[in-house]
Write a protein that binds this ligand. Structure first.
Ligand code: B12
Length: 210
């Protein structure tokens, strides 16, 4: 598909308006938002990751590609987020301490909204203390943590410990995700669930509040 290729290329080249226009064109051609997201935006971003690993891309290129991806995603957001007015529950989401990657987190947040959840987004670099405070303030059913760095993953376990110490662990489910995170890791730190992508994350959240 020509248009998917152009979206892919725009993200790779860090062309924000190209990505945005490409997504708009793909939608008007009748392509499914999920196809545009998976085959255009996400596929390009994983190629960016490979290029970075190979030493062909550096942080600035990765950053402008990320911005282009966000620009494309912002066009898709209204389509990914259904109009369902009845709240399925409340979710606090954030990227853990020391970690600034937020594309995956934002995507998970959008899919959660699409599944009818009310989403409280704490942003990036969220400390265990801040997650604990948000449980007191917002009373969510679920906390969703994202980490993209092997060096920041441990903050997920620390957050669970902080929730235990505050006597709040029993009242909230904890789910985790991000490229380096696995099911085994979720079990190891005592999280209630893991999922490898945003749509599975929404299904997981639904099953946890059912
Ligand atoms: C874009 C990017 C950046 C951008 C981030 C911009 C932004 N606003 O997010 C910038 C340039 C800032 C950046 C910086 C850095 N990055 Co970077 N970055 C990436 C890259 C290329 C893509 C990440 C991404 O957005 N993917 C697309 C999204 C959609 O996928 P995702 O995040 O995995 O999310 C999906 C799932 O994981 C899941 N999910 C995510 N969160 C959650 C949460 C829950 C609860 C659930 C259930 C599911 C879930 O659902 C999502 C959607 O399906 C990755 C490469 C890669 N392969 O991941 C490297 C990568 C993560 N970065 C890496 C590195 C090393 C860095 C830097 C340290 C580089 C440096 N030397 O400065 C810094 C660290 C900055 C910091 N403190 O955070 C390494 C990490 C290596 C490691 N093992 O730890 C990677 C893997 C690249 C590599 N191959 O080496 N980065």
């Amino acid at each position: 598909m020509e248009i998917i290729k152009s979206i892919y290329q725009a993200v790779l080249e860090g062309d924000m308006s190209g990505a945005k226009d490409g997504v708009e064109a793909a939608l008007s051609e009748g392509l499914a938002p999920d196809t545009i997201m998976q085959e255009g935006l996400i596929a390009a971003m994983s190629e960016v990751g490979s290029l970075f690993e190979a030493g062909d891309f550096f942080v600035p290129e990765m950053l402008i590609s990320a911005r282009a991806m966000q620009a494309g995603l912002s066009v898709l957001k209204p389509m990914l987020v259904a109009s369902g007015s009845k709240s399925a529950g409340k979710i606090v989401i954030g990227t853990v301490k020391g970690d600034l990657h937020d594309i995956g987190k934002n995507l998970v947040g959008m899919m959660m909204e699409g599944a009818g959840f009310e989403v409280v987004d704490l942003g990036t670099d969220v400390t265990p203390e801040k997650f604990v405070q948000s449980v007191k303030d917002s009373q969510p059913q679920i906390i969703a943590m994202s980490a993209l760095l092997t060096t920041t993953m441990s903050s997920m376990g620390l957050t669970i410990k902080a929730l235990e110490a505050a006597g709040l662990r029993g009242q909230v489910k904890v789910i985790i995700g991000g490229a380096p995170v696995t099911n085994a890791y979720a079990e190891q730190i005592g999280a209630d669930g893991f999922s490898p992508d945003a749509s599975a994350a929404a299904r997981l959240a639904k099953s946890l509040v059912a």
